[in-house]
Design a protein around this ligand. Structure first.
Ligand SMILES: Cc1ncc(COP(=O)(O)O)c(C=O)c1O
Length: 453
């Protein structure tokens, strides 16, 4: 390990001086000036500096299927092979023989795309069957399909919410819902993560002055950045009390946890009882695409012409529909139970080993294991060390999380072995401590001093 870490030990002061460990995407959000190109230039320089200093872990290129062992190339062209904890393919279904066969058969029968928006000629027998399969899985009868999960969140909110309405979101709600809320109304309220009390206080505050307009409450089944879950029953009850509508994004939990793969909603005994459930096929379901589900036929029919990302975007393609359809079948089968059990075993080994290494993991048992690192400088060195040693996990910085709360997110697959989990967790534990100690020593030594590991 130490040979590859040498580049950091020897060059830490140079790296610090370069500025590549400083700044964040947050610095380039508010721009001014009339030239769009020069406004982008400052960001371009910051990114290039990080790239040149070897601390730019984003937009890597996968050379194989998104399995547990992969070869990855970074944006400088550096290639590494190793264990992959950066894939959303939690149950490993994107390489499942039956899923592949279903997608190929769909291509042979319908071609590679549907060539129409859903309100025009964008439906096929497969997309209609997919709607039924989703309805059965989530326990809500009325489904609208979207080209991605992001499009589902954005589309549902912009369709339903008007400028005088309110959207109350958990502070860590996904970007698709935040963007949808901001596009629809100025009345966007973000409340403390997982706090039912904070939601209730906000609802009470709104209703004390506004009894006329709608309120949409937005949360997630398993939070993508924290790996934890809210008390959905308490939120749904609060919504009823204050005439609000609850929407839960189940992108990461549907199929991956819960009885029969019914996600957090199923785990909490609320199948069919949540107002609106949205989700994605891009995690467990081996495809691109998303959906919104509701018990209200009226809401479904309203979304179809008024959700812009449904109405004005080409429909989910036949091979994607076929893959998702087959994946749902597997998710609901005994094989699905077995795969979920494997995910939970691997996640357990990861969490135990990380804890033994003295690293803080967020969230609860499930496919997401976020390792909290805090300072971006620590995160950037840790991520670079992990990449060099062939352990692939996603570095999460602002805007996905707040500045100073960066983390390495590990994503478990049923196809990982316990040994892979243990070795990756040990490496990550070592890399975090190494990065922290190196930076602490460098700052204690001050400019111009030499630092040893
Ligand atoms: C909670 C959540 N919702 C929605 C999405 C978007 O899904 P998709 O990748 O299908 O656009 C994601 C993606 O990571 C997510 O984490």
């Amino acid at each position: 390990m130490s040979v590859l870490a040498d580049r950091f030990t020897h060059d830490i002061l140079k790296l610090i001086d370069s500025g590549a460990l400083e700044g964040s995407f947050a610095d380039f959000v508010r721009l001014s000036g009339k030239s769009l190109e020069s406004r982008a230039q400052r960001y371009y320089e910051w990114r290039r500096n990080r790239l040149e200093q070897g601390v730019w872990p984003f937009s890597t290129q996968l050379q194989s299927t998104p399995g547990p062992q992969v070869t990855v190339t970074d944006e400088t062209g550096k290639e590494r092979s190793g264990v992959n904890f950066a894939s959303y393919d939690y149950l490993g279904l994107s390489t499942h023989t039956e899923v592949r066969a279903a997608a190929i058969e769909a291509i042979n029968r319908y071609g590679t795309q549907i060539a129409g928006a859903p309100v025009l000629q964008g439906n096929s027998a497969l997309s209609l069957r997919l709607q039924t399969a989703v309805a059965e899985l989530v326990g809500l009868p009325h489904i609208v399909l979207f080209p991605t999960g992001w499009a589902a969140g954005f589309g549902v909110i912009t369709a339903l919410i008007r400028p005088k309405d309110h959207v109350v979101l958990d502070q860590y709600a996904h970007n698709c819902c935040v963007q949808g809320a901001m596009a629809a109304t100025a009345n966007v309220h973000r409340v403390r993560h997982l706090s039912t009390d904070a939601f209730v206080r906000q609802l009470r505050r709104i209703r004390s002055t506004d009894t006329e307009n709608a309120i949409l409450v937005v949360t997630e089944g398993i939070f993508s950045m924290n790996g934890d879950s809210p008390d959905l029953a308490a939120l749904q009850t609060a919504c009823r009390e204050y005439d609000a509508t609850l929407m839960v994004d189940v992108a990461h939990d549907l199929g991956a946890v819960g009885p029969g793969g019914t996600g957090t909603v199923g785990l909490q005994g609320l199948l069919g009882k949540v107002d609106l459930v949205i989700g994605s096929f891009s995690k467990v379901f081996a495809a691109n695409g998303g959906f919104a589900s509701t018990s209200s036929a009226a809401i479904r029919e309203y979304l179809r012409p008024y959700a812009p990302s449904h109405t004005f975007s080409n429909a989910i393609s036949p091979p994607q529909c076929a893959a998702a359809l087959k994946a749902i079948e597997i998710v609901r089968s005994a094989e699905g139970d077995l795969l979920r059990e494997k995910v939970s075993q691997v996640a357990h080994v990861l969490r135990e080993t990380l804890a033994t290494s003295g690293v803080v993991c967020l969230g609860k048992p499930g496919p997401l294991v976020p390792v909290l690192l805090g300072r971006e400088a620590v995160g950037r060195i840790t991520a670079a060390l992990c990449f060099d040693h062939g352990v692939f996990a996603n570095l999460i910085e602002y805007p996905a999380v707040s500045v100073g709360a960066c983390r390495l997110r590990m994503q478990v697959m049923a196809t990982h072995t316990r040994d892979e989990a243990q070795q990756a967790a040990e490496l990550i534990g070592w890399a975090c401590h190494f990065a922290e100690q190196l930076l602490d020593r460098a700052s204690a030594a001050g400019p111009g001093a030499s630092v040893s590991a």
